[in-house]
Design a protein around this ligand. Structure first.
Ligand SMILES: *[C@@H]1O[C@H](CO)[C@@H](O)[C@H](O)[C@H]1NC(C)=O
Length: 459
């Protein structure tokens, strides 16, 4: 081709617009990408903790400049009457100084903040002798049309009375049964088939419940619509969306959906095998479904607009106790573990370490020369940014002081925000502000996980 012919071809291409983007003047102002949402969960039960885990409103405020939505948890439902109710009336409602009002009033100071009330969230737990034999009241409510309208009316009036901008429904559906590990079968590989087979039925009536949940969300949306109030739903950890969410139907009623895509492995559910608690991608053939990407893909395939999906990120880690049979490498999956890691020093909760509790265990100035139960853990990062980080300390000769913890840190949390950006999703939902380092104990920065997510969402 001579130069003239080349020029002619080029001009033809230009005219047809094929090369327009490439040969046109460089774009000085790239169009701003869509605004991604930062959804911050605030579990108010942290307000009544003792010690360093206690988070009061003054501690909450430094987070609010980063949050587009603050989701206040948690309200519940009253068994039999099916009314929506506060789970801690003294804390939430008490005249004048109740937290519901205190929190919704923060909007005066942070005018772009939207505050939603969340229902359920696995925090509406009945205790006492026969609690475990009681039927799931969330399913009972779905099955009862009168109950549903009772709930809709009472939840609407909570939202309206206390000035919330809307509702998040974190419905307590039955969870997937943890896959059982049978130890004593020799090598892990030999036991492999046993580990991941034997699916039990989660809910015999899931088809019915799915339809009823669609009706419930429709009725709530209809109640909220005249006031322009928001409605979101949270898919709680280990709830199988394909059993309970008619995605194409419910998505019309929802402003967004928060996928609590973590706790795939926990010491409570999996006391005999430790593994990554919240990987972004599948851990090879180990399990194709226990990861963020599989959940996001499920919603996208079912015609949920990407912009309505918020990826849930946990600001805590999951610790197991290692035994002297767990090996020296820490390489997951780790067998011969126990749900017996010591409770977190600040949160005093079993089986969960807040980020400041994890960072205190990682190598730092305070523990450089410590031994035994205070020796630093070995931190193992994932350069491929697919699975997350873990840290461990092998058990000593007497079988003590072994720990394995899968955790999210500011870097891995930012990787998830990067995943949200590259898949054009709506944003990130952080669980929970009270497990982030709200005191700045790790590096003097308050809310380092929240900041890292927010920064990556924007840049
Ligand atoms: C969820 O349910 C579907 C059937 O509707 C099943 O194929 C899938 O394996 C389940 N996922 C999990 C993680 O249990």
């Amino acid at each position: 081709m001579n130069n003239l012919a080349l020029l002619a071809t080029l001009l033809a291409c230009l005219a047809s617009g094929v090369l327009a983007g490439k040969v046109g003047p460089p774009q000085q102002h790239l169009p701003q990408g869509p605004q991604r949402h930062m959804v911050c969960y605030y579990d108010s039960s942290s307000f009544v903790k003792e010690g360093l885990g206690k988070l009061v409103i003054d501690d909450l405020e430094p987070a609010l400049q980063f949050c587009d939505y603050l989701i206040y948890g948690y309200a519940g439902i009253e068994r039999d009457s099916h009314k929506a109710m506060s789970l801690n009336q003294q804390l939430d409602l008490d005249l004048g100084k109740g937290l519901y009002r205190t929190v919704t009033r923060l909007k005066r100071k942070y005018p772009n903040l939207r505050v939603l009330l969340s229902v359920g969230g696995d925090k509406d737990i009945e205790t006492g002798e026969d609690a475990k034999d009681l039927p799931n009241k969330y399913m009972e409510l779905l099955e009862n049309p009168t109950g549903r309208s009772r709930f809709v009316n009472t939840v609407y009036s909570l939202v309206k009375t206390y000035g919330f901008d809307g509702l998040d429904i974190a419905w307590q559906f039955p969870k997937n049964k943890p896959k059982k590990v049978h130890s004593g079968l020799g090598s892990f590989w030999k036991g492999f088939k046993k580990v991941f087979t034997g699916d039990a039925i989660v809910d015999e009536r899931s088809e019915e419940h799915k339809e009823q949940y669609t009706s419930l969300l429709r009725d709530i949306k209809n109640a909220l619509r005249p006031d322009n109030l928001l409605l979101s739903t949270t898919v709680l950890p280990n709830v199988n969306a394909s059993l309970f969410f008619d995605v194409p139907a419910v998505i019309n009623y929802l402003d967004f959906v928060n996928l609590a895509a973590f706790d795939f492995f926990t010491p409570q559910r999996n006391p005999e095998l430790a593994d990554y608690a919240a990987p972004i991608y599948a851990l090879s053939e180990r399990n194709p479904e226990f990861n963020v990407d599989a959940q996001v893909t499920y919603w996208l395939r079912n015609r949920c607009p990407a912009s309505k999906i918020n990826v849930g990120v946990a600001s805590y880690g999951r610790p197991w106790k290692l035994s002297d049979d767990s090996g020296e490498t820490g390489l997951p999956p780790v067998s011969h573990v126990k749900d017996e890691a010591p409770d977190g020093t600040n949160t005093q909760q079993h089986g969960i370490y807040s980020w400041p509790e994890v960072c205190a265990l990682l190598p730092n100035q305070n523990n450089a020369y410590s031994k035994g139960a205070n020796a630093p853990l070995t931190r193992v990062v994932d350069p491929a940014k697919r699975f997350g980080s873990y840290a461990y300390r092998a058990a000593d000769k007497s079988g003590d002081n072994g720990i394995w913890v899968s955790f999210e840190d500011p870097d891995t949390a930012a990787d998830k925000a990067g995943y949200v950006r590259s898949n054009n999703l709506g944003g990130v939902a952080l669980y929970d502000l009270s497990y982030d380092d709200f005191r700045g104990l790790c590096t003097n920065d308050k809310y380092p996980i929240l900041r890292a997510i927010k920064y990556r969402l924007a840049n």
